[in-house]
Ligand binder design. Structure first.
Ligand code: SAM
Length: 199
């Protein structure tokens, strides 16, 4: 009947300012914590993508358990030609793959598993996803970029560079933490949030 979710993660669905009837894309959805939260907040037409079929199956089982529904597809969100029907979305959640440096206290093995080249590799993936998903967002629509990392290379640098390259991308204010950066503390994990509007 319930889902347990970190207090920091719970900011995502609310920041998206969802309304009934909106077309919403959850680009990196598995295991579906934020997918379910969005569907609980408004009656939206939601498409959830993930590249990992095993993790995507967990989105399906979580939605079934909660009595919610969405269109699920196993796809690379950046390869839009493979999954997008050209109808734009009102809201896009990009909960990007990242080093997960903000959730090390929950997954201490992260410190041993990460390799020196990982930050650059994730940053490239994040940029590729941002560039591709901007195309599927309708004018006036909002894209929320989220990571559970506290590194600038995956956060402020990605968004700063993106906005510099896209004059139609406007950063909306009033983010949690320090300009969208939540450092891990007694109440929540570490996250970064940036809400962009297509103007
Ligand atoms: C941070 S997790 C998402 C967590 C999820 N939003 C939630 O709240 O439960 C990132 C996800 O992105 C997926 N992923 C990585 N690259 C992707 C891509 N190119 N397209 C779609 N999904 C991708 C991973 O398999 C992983 O499940």
């Amino acid at each position: 009947m319930v889902s347990v979710q970190d207090a920091g993660a719970q900011f995502a669905a609310r920041l998206l300012d969802l309304g009934d009837g909106m077309r919403v894309l959850d680009a990196c959805a598995a295991p579906g914590g934020k997918t379910a939260h969005m569907l609980e907040l408004a009656d939206v037409d939601l498409t959830a993508l993930d590249t990992d079929p095993v993790r995507l199956a967990r989105v399906n089982s979580n939605l079934e358990r909660l009595g919610l529904s969405a269109h699920l597809a196993c796809a690379d969100a950046a390869a839009t030609e493979a999954w997008w029907d050209t109808r734009t979305f009102d809201r896009v959640l990009l909960d990007a793959p990242c080093t997960a440096s903000g959730v090390v206290r929950r997954h201490p093995d992260i410190k041993w598993l990460r390799q020196p080249g990982d930050i650059r590799r994730f940053a490239e993936q994040q940029q590729r996803l941002l560039e591709a998903l901007w195309k599927v967002l309708g004018r006036g629509g909002k894209l929320l970029y989220v990571t559970c990392s506290i590194f600038m290379e995956e956060n402020q640098e990605r968004i700063g560079g993106f906005v510099a390259r896209h004059p139609d991308a406007h950063i909306l204010g009033a983010m949690p933490g320090r300009d969208g950066l939540l450092l891990p503390d007694n109440e929540h994990d570490g996250f970064y949030f940036s809400l962009l509007q297509k103007v």
